[in-house]
Design a protein around this ligand. Structure first.
Ligand code: HAM
Length: 434
């Protein structure tokens, strides 16, 4: 029987993170954490598996019937690998609703699973920064959340004109669908899906989708007119609509704060998830090579209440690591990573193992990140290995140095080296690496 070897490829749509990629990922996540913590958000996490019903209740058909990884566990419970974090967040907040100081400002960077066709910006496993503010029903919460979203990109060095926040409101759209266009409840999701695709397709293809959704010529004309109207022109028809009022207040605030130029009303932004009840938004890259939605979010006022307790309103967003890395790469602002190991302590021969280990321990106690050679090998090979790992400095000692209480420090980039007393090694290296 022929033995077929196992593939070294990761499962389709997932990534291995080798040390050099892990360093970039860590640098990106550190920057994200620093940005959201500067607004007072606290980290939380939850389990990767949740009961299937948690998503079936609210996440929406696309995620549940097409993208969920779900299975029956050995105890015959139907479970799902989390495709998003918001239901877990809502469950956690509901479980402690009486004890939490309001508003609740929480963030997390979970890995999420969605059975999608892998393509640019879309994988089956991704990491998603979630930033959420719960306990406030007014647009001041959205004003903060959108500022956080903007400052996340600014924190990496993005310019204010590199991206745009496009904003809409579900209640305004409900009024358009139900009052202005008088769509039936079966037509609404079809028309919403067509609008969602509008930016990516030709006007004729958009019209075809509307016809397929059962729209008449007048409805199509009215919808097209609505979709190109600036917010202020909607006042005559929608002046009393709570969504219209929220949007006006939101824009008044962001204009006053100086973020008006980054924010734009776009009535084509709907977002796929069913639980949004108010403002919805997407952040778009404006670079011609990467014109696409980077991340998005919105208000969900009915999610926490589904656990039977208090109905706590919330607003937040999810930012995926894949689209973020594409954005940073396109704009040339991926974080620069520095070596993760400061020093390699070499080994001249087996008799000097213990002394070399003592020196390595001393350096670690002084706060340095130190790797060491454990079995003797040619010195050239030791230098090569250290250099391959990006380690800038090698510390060596042979029998003569050992006897005289000395040590040699070699700079691997320049090849220069210096011999000094072992007692001076810590301050010498600390100074060098500072
Ligand atoms: P979402 O729009 O489904 O929202 O995902 C948010 C972001 O996650 C997307 O804009 C994208 O950056 C990233 N993302 C989603 N799916 C994938 C994928 N298959 N591959 C790579 N990246 C992906 C939510 O998940 C909401 N729960 C966000 C939220 C938090 N709303 C309120 N709070």
């Amino acid at each position: 029987m022929s033995k077929q070897s196992l593939s070294t490829q990761p499962y389709k749509g997932t990534r291995d993170f080798f040390p050099e990629q892990m360093q970039v990922r860590d640098a990106i996540f550190s920057q994200l954490r620093a940005s959201v913590e500067s607004y007072g958000y606290q980290a939380y996490d939850g389990p990767m598996l949740e009961p299937f019903e948690l998503y079936a209740a609210k996440s929406g058909d696309e995620i549940v019937s097409e993208q969920l990884y779900s299975f029956e566990d050995r105890g015959k419970r139907k479970v799902a690998m989390r495709p998003e974090m918001t239901p877990t967040l809502a469950r956690m907040v509901a479980s402690r609703s009486n004890q939490l100081a309001r508003p609740i400002r929480w963030y997390s960077i979970p890995n999420l699973w969605r059975y999608e066709r892998p393509q640019r910006g879309r994988l089956r496993e991704h990491w998603q920064l979630n930033v959420d503010l719960l306990g406030l029903a007014s647009v001041e919460a959205e004003v903060e959340i959108v500022q956080v979203a903007i400052d996340l990109l600014r924190g990496f060095g993005a310019g204010i004109s590199d991206f745009e926040v496009q904003i809409n409101h579900r209640q305004l759209m409900d009024a358009v669908f139900e009052q202005k266009l008088a769509l039936s409840s079966e037509q609404v999701p079809l028309v919403a899906r067509a609008i969602d695709k509008r930016a990516k397709i030709e006007p004729a293809a958009f019209e075809k989708l509307l016809v397929e959704a059962g729209c008449k010529a007048q409805q199509i004309e009215d919808l097209n007119a609505f979709l190109v109207s600036p917010l202020m022109e909607l006042e005559a028809d929608f002046g009393d609509n709570p969504g219209f009022k929220d949007l006006c207040r939101f824009f008044d605030h962001v204009n006053a704060i100086g973020l008006g130029p980054v924010c734009r009303f776009n009535s084509s932004i709907l977002r796929g998830l069913d639980y949004y009840t108010g403002i919805v938004f997407e952040i778009y890259d404006k670079h011609p090579d990467n014109r696409r939605a980077l991340f998005g979010g919105g208000r969900y006022d009915n999610l926490v209440g589904m656990f039977g307790g208090e109905q706590i309103p919330g607003v937040g967003f999810g930012m995926g690591d894949v689209t973020l890395a594409d954005f940073l790469d396109t704009h040339g602002i991926l974080p620069q990573v520095s070596p993760s190991i400061d020093v390699m302590v070499g080994l001249f021969d087996a008799s000097l193992f213990d002394l070399s280990q003592q020196i390595a321990r001393q350096l670690r106690q002084a706060g340095l990140r130190v790797s060491s050679v454990l079995v003797p090998m040619k010195l050239g090979k030791q230098f090569q290995n250290a250099d391959k790992q990006g380690i800038p400095i090698m510390v060596m000692l042979g029998p003569d140095e050992a006897q005289q209480g000395q040590v040699t420090v070699k700079h691997l980039k320049s090849g220069e080296q210096e011999t000094l007393a072992q007692t001076s090694l810590v301050p010498y290296l600390q100074n060098l690496l500072a």
